[in-house]
Design a protein around this ligand. Structure first.
Ligand code: BGC
Length: 757
């Protein structure tokens, strides 16, 4: 055999091998899918209507499992329902003893013994906490984000949980909304990538593994667009925003096998999500072929009565089931009325069967029928909780920090620097940095700022300056912010006078963001702004360390304070992560996932807006602007500095292949420290049948460079990146002229253009 023949022979062999392997693994997968289907069908046949409805019912488990001491709801009734197979899932139960006890009731005492799903809001870690999701998103580090979700899954699964109500993939543009802390920010491309990473982290490669828990993409859909940022408010968005901004992250995670989707509290264009057939059936299940199940949000079925969409709970059950909401969380709507509705012919049994099939499928996939107690290993629970994965949460905490300003390279700090004043009650707070949504963790378990800081420099002096929170309840909130008491100012000012440098740790209380924590003022809460200005008067050498759950409007600080570090709420390892950045052990690499406004009046403000017909000033009155504020943000999407300097050069575009356009640039580290940069690719189509945003993120890459090192990054633009959804929801790709930018933020980079044929 001559050489070339041998090569082609080998080639044929390897192609055949590949085909064999692909079809083998495909048929293996298919056969396991089929075997689950067979099991589901055979179980379904045995089920009474009441038992079927049971699988569609979820109760909260806030009651003592080992005794009848109901704290909420009717515990006696719930136990009775568990025994009768009238419950498919519980939420808010944790601990292997509790979970086992409840699982035993259904497995041993109910007629068919169908195991329960145990859901929990594992939002950014369970007991050990990562940064709040908005903070994690600032890392733009998909690998670290996935690892953080994995660490959360390992912990949650060890305490009996097999389902997390995360990730929240709602796109959010309005910093007034408290739940911005729970999402990935304003961009659908970044949000999709982060959603996929988090789903994969939770679900792992194999759902039947004992550390895999099912994920839940929420809230379907539009919840991030509540009007005026007011929680639970109405959502009214156009089709272009729905298809191009709101839905893509959901589609991305559905394409990546997310097993559940949660609908939302809001009305979307006049229809409550829980009763929205267009969303749940037409789009999610029919168009996207989602084969997991939909869970309602907490009592969102019943809330359709308040919305004026259902006259009573029975009609709410009818509407929700027909619209494709498969499981009812705490409305009692299905458990009370669904059987009757089927018997009356108001809900087709096929609707119920379809929902039950979906729920059972997921239970089989998790391996619960093989071993209902697979998450109930007390030994593993103890080992996991005693040895939490703090490395993963520290890593993502460091990567989430964003350097907003660093005049005259005031940062990083010198480890031996003398006379540092640390001011701000958040510096000494072990609780607030944990952020909101931490049901499984213990209060006050964060490494505080001071604890982390003192490991590097013990020569500091501390004055709290003010108490951020002084009590409970103001406007129905569970905390009251100090708006008046300045009695601690004097001590802080005196300390600042005597010190070479001042570090001020200011920001929000953790319960100022999260569910039901909308705000109309998004500056520094309480008297902190006053404190900052008072300290500045005596010492201008200030590093401002921000802790907050949303973008803040801090134009005064941005103008006057020489260095600003955005640290969000970083979770368990807060103090260690911040100290390593302040002292330069870790070079900050985060980039904002959400625009920081100059003033609350600019909200909603976001980078990927459309152009207006009157975009530019030209010294005229009649253009799109405010007469009392700039139209520009304080800090744009994608923005974040480093202790080193990255230079972008040599933008090249190859559009010869219209299906595969290559755009590249060279990035050089021109500073004297190793650093990570996130190179971002943005496009803009000049003319299209539906107007296109001024810029859209379509690629990014995070990489590390040594001093003087260069890297050429190439992005590939295919139809997947260059098209958009038209107003009927069809994906279209239109030839034409495009601007393209590779840069360090959404506002700064190398700009070029190409024509797509
Ligand atoms: C929230 C959901 C959460 C559910 C269960 C609701 O209030 O909107 O995101 O998963 O409660 O705790």
């Amino acid at each position: 055999m001559n050489n070339s023949l041998a090569k082609s022979y080998k080639g044929i062999l390897s192609v055949a091998l590949v085909i064999f392997c692909v079809s083998f693994s495909y048929s293996q997968k298919k056969s396991s899918v089929d075997s689950i289907q067979i099991k589901v069908e055979s179980l379904l046949k045995k089920m009474t209507l009441e038992e079927k409805v049971g699988q569609m019912n979820q109760y909260t488990g806030f009651w003592e499992v080992t005794g009848p001491a109901p704290k909420e709801g009717n515990a006696k009734l719930k136990y009775e329902h568990l025994r009768k197979g009238m419950v498919g899932s519980l939420l808010n139960v944790e601990g292997t003893t509790n979970v086992r006890k409840l699982q035993e009731i259904v497995v041993k005492e109910s007629r068919l013994g169908i195991p329960l799903l145990f859901g929990f809001d594992v939002i950014h870690g369970h007991k050990t906490l990562s940064p709040i999701p908005l903070g994690e998103s600032a890392s733009w580090d998909l690998d670290a984000i996935e690892k953080s979700a994995r660490a959360a899954a390992v912990e949650a699964s060890a305490v009996g949980i097999n389902w997390t109500f995360a990730p929240m993939v709602d796109i959010t543009r309005d910093a007034r909304w408290g739940r911005v802390m729970e999402g990935a920010g304003e961009d659908p491309y970044l949000g999709s990538k982060i959603g996929i990473a988090r789903v994969h982290g939770f679900q792992g490669d194999d759902l039947s593994a004992s550390t895999s828990i099912i994920a839940c993409a929420k809230h379907f859909a539009g919840y991030g667009f509540v009007e005026a940022g007011r929680e639970y408010n109405t959502v009214d968005v156009g089709t272009s925003t729905l298809y191009n901004i709101i839905l893509p992250p959901f589609k991305a995670v559905v394409d990546n096998n997310v097993r559940t989707v949660m609908n939302s509290f809001n009305v979307l264009n006049g229809i409550p999500s829980t009763g929205n057939k267009f969303l749940q059936r037409d789009i999610l299940k029919n168009k996207w072929h989602f084969d997991g199940f939909v869970i309602s949000d907490w009592a969102s079925g019943a809330e359709m009565i308040q919305h004026g969409f259902a006259k009573d709970l029975k009609q709410a059950a009818q509407i929700a089931a027909n619209a494709g909401s498969d499981m009812d969380m705490e409305s009692y709507a299905y458990v009370n009325y669904l059987k009757q509705l089927v018997e009356e012919g108001k809900v087709d049994i096929k609707v119920v069967d379809d929902a039950v099939r979906r729920v059972l499928r997921v239970k089989f996939e998790l391996g619960l029928f093989d071993n209902p107690y697979k998450y109930c290993d007390a030994k593993r629970e103890k080992e996991t909780i005693d040895h939490p994965n703090r490395a993963a949460v520290l890593d993502i905490a460091k990567k989430s920090i964003v350097l907003l300003k660093n005049e005259s390279n005031i940062l990083p700090l010198n480890k031996n620097q003398q006379s540092i004043a640390v001011i701000g009650s958040l510096a000494n707070d072990k609780n607030s940095p944990l952020g909101n949504w931490r049901l499984g963790s213990v209060d006050s378990t964060a490494v505080s700022f001071l604890e982390g800081f003192s490991k590097y420099n013990a020569n500091y002096k501390y004055a709290k300056g003010t108490n951020l929170a002084i009590g409970k309840t103001a406007f129905g909130s569970d905390i009251e912010i100090n708006e008046t008491d300045t009695s601690e100012f004097v001590e802080a000012i005196n300390l600042a006078k005597q010190s070479q440098m001042v570090i001020m740790v200011l920001g929000e209380h953790s319960h100022q963001s999260g569910e039901a924590r909308s705000r109309t003022k998004i500056g520094l809460p309480g008297v902190q702004q006053q404190l900052l200005e008072a300290v500045y008067k005596v010492n201008k050498n200030i590093v401002l360390v921000l802790m907050n759950g949303r973008p803040l409007a801090i134009p005064w600080a941005a103008e006057h304070i020489p260095a600003i570090l955005e640290t969000w709420e970083l979770g368990t390892e807060t103090g260690n992560a911040i100290a390593s950045v302040l002292f330069g052990d870790y070079n900050p690499s985060g980039k904002l996932p959400m625009t920081f406004p100059r003033s609350v009046g600019q909200c909603p403000i976001y980078y990927n807006h459309y152009n207006t017909g009157r975009p530019s000033p030209k010294g005229e009155v009649f253009w799109s602007h405010y007469i009392d504020e700039s139209v520009k943000p304080l800090y744009p999407f994608g923005y974040g500095l480093s202790y080193t300097k990255f230079e972008y050069s040599n933008l090249t575009i190859d559009s010869s292949n219209a299906k595969n356009i290559k755009v590249s640039a060279t990035i050089t580290n021109n500073g004297n420290r190793v650093g990570e940069e996130v190179a971002q690719l943005y496009i803009h189509q000049s003319v299209a049948s539906v107007v296109r945003p001024v810029k859209e993120l379509k690629g990014f890459e995070k990489f590390s460079l040594k001093p003087n090192e260069s890297k050429t990054i190439t992005f590939t633009l295919t139809d997947k990146e260059l098209g958009f959804y038209d107003n009927e929801g069809n994906y279209v790709v239109e030839p034409g002229d495009f601007d393209v930018m590779i840069g360090t933020s959404s506002q700064e980079g190398l700009v070029g253009s190409f024509t797509k044929k």
